[in-house]
Design a protein around this ligand. Structure first.
Ligand code: ATP
Length: 447
């Protein structure tokens, strides 16, 4: 288990504008979270890195952005209408409801007895259009995968990809979780990054291994260490009915070792089911010399990444406290690639127009190439460092009298430092003087 107390992460995330409780001024809405200015930058960095790594940098992948609302027949075919449920128990005394597999023997609130266990479908139901009858019911998607399967034929028809190939999608998913908990870990509205990787039925093992490795590479790229992620081979009886093999990738969250991502071999279950229910053939024609015109339903490997669980794992991995008592320094040791702000620029004093003008110039120059740059001229330099440390900014750049080629009134040690600045490293706290002309190569580097 991670050593970091969860409350500190939650409070820093709120205080510094990463993540706020949803609808807070109305008392909140359980299972929802709002990403603030820094949170949205962090989240976008994670999604862009994933997209780059798994779609743009590869020749065997294509992207998709399907609608959240789908024809309800798709959710019947995939088994979600009948089977996407968690076991629910209700306390006979206080009527509170719990997930049967997490609740224990008696009501944790009042000690009352539970009634019988029943299945609770986690899909959010909604009405499409103005009529309110059975025919207008639809659902908010509980996973993004569905949109990929229903577009399989479209992508085959417009791109003629050769097996093996994958379709990737990032988007919102909704689950009416019985007990949302543990900050972003279990919410009712969240985001997923999913891939359906289509393979020849005899070739699934190699692709499964490839994605297994890719998951670890992604973790490394976002700053989740290999040691904090553990593979759990899901046993026969515990796997979803369609899966022939599943590995859960678990992370040491502050509240215990829990699922971060999943990797499943889903066979031809989904394409077969959608083909049967829609009456549209969802197969692949292998017209390569070896394939000899064989037509078959591809099998599928599905790596499924939760965006919000990634954000939580990144925050837990990055959180640091240095020093003791009153002098504790809190900082987020983000990878440069995910850090929401790459560098902060300060004029040493905010009441010296020459310093401010020069600092603005440096700030604008950097911002042109690296948009995630912050300006701060509030309070003393020490305080500014602390503020940037807390939000995980890798570099703080200070424009001082040396930058201007001047000595401050009352003397100093400036000597030939014109057009140089101090640049301070977040992790070591060390400062160096470097030329303004070199800044971009340091701040813009990904590692
Ligand atoms: P769990 O067992 O924790 O409920 P699951 O096995 O139902 O998860 P999947 O259906 O495999 O989860 O969903 C794929 C990924 O989506 C998960 O690995 C996780 O990262 C993310 N995810 C699923 N449910 C939630 C949720 N309620 N809140 C945040 N992320 C979620």
């Amino acid at each position: 288990m991670s050593e970091v107390p969860m409350e500190r992460i939650v409070s820093l995330a709120k205080r510094r504008g990463f993540i706020y409780p949803g609808s807070e001024i109305y008392g909140g809405l359980s299972g929802t979270w709002d990403y603030g200015p820094l949170g949205v930058e962090l989240k976008n960095n994670v999604k862009q890195l994933w997209w780059r790594m798994f779609v743009q940098d590869r020749d065997d992948m294509c992207g998709l952005d399907a609608a959240i609302l789908m024809n309800p027949r798709a959710w019947e075919a995939s088994g979600h209408v009948s089977g996407f449920s968690d076991p629910l128990v209700e306390c006979k005394k206080c009527k509170r409801r719990f997930r049967a597999d997490q609740a224990g023997e008696a009501c944790p609130e009042c000690g009352g007895l539970f009634g019988d266990v029943r299945q609770f479908n986690m899909m959010f139901k909604t009405q499409i259009g103005a009529t309110e009858d059975e025919s207008s019911i639809s659902y908010l998607r509980p996973e993004t995968a569905g949109g990929i399967f229903v577009n399989f034929k479209n992508i085959i028809d417009s791109f003629h990809p050769k097996l093996p190939f994958g379709i990737a999608q990032i988007g919102k998913a909704f689950r009416n979780e019985i007990a949302p908990r543990d900050f972003l870990f279990r919410s009712r509205e969240f985001e997923q990054m999913e891939i359906e990787y289509f393979v020849h039925p005899t070739q699934w093992k190699g692709s499964f291994e490839m994605w297994r490795e890719n998951i670890h590479s992604f973790n490394e790229a976002v700053g989740i260490s290999r040691e904090s992620v553990h593979e759990l081979e899901v046993a026969d009886g515990d796997r979803a009915h369609y899966s022939k093999r599943t590995i859960d990738f678990e992370f040491d969250f502050p509240f215990g070792r829990k699922e971060l991502y999943g990797l499943a071999y889903r066979t031809d279950f989904d394409l077969f089911a959608h083909s049967a229910a829609s009456g549209v053939e969802l197969s692949y024609l292998d017209d390569s010399p070896e394939g000899g015109g064989q037509r078959f339903i591809p099998h599928v490997i599905e790596p499924s990444f939760g965006v919000d669980r990634t954000i939580l794992a990144i925050l837990a991995s990055a959180y640091r406290e240095d020093g003791a008592d009153k002098d504790v320094r809190t900082y987020l040791k983000f990878n440069k690639a995910v850090a929401p702000i790459k560098a902060a620029v300060f004029p040493l004093l905010k009441n010296k127009p020459e310093l401010v003008a020069k600092a603005r110039e440096v700030y604008q120059m950097l911002k042109k190439s690296v948009p995630q740059i912050m300006w701060d001229d509030n309070g003393n330099i020490g305080k500014r460092y602390r503020r940037q440390d807390e939000i995980g900014t890798p570099y703080c750049i200070t424009i001082d009298f040396e930058t201007l080629g001047e000595l401050p009134a009352g003397g100093g040690s400036a000597s030939g430092g014109k057009d140089t600045v101090t640049i301070r490293d977040r992790d070591t706290g060390e400062q160096q003087r470097i030329a303004v002309a070199e800044l971009l190569s340091v701040v813009g580097a990904q590692k």
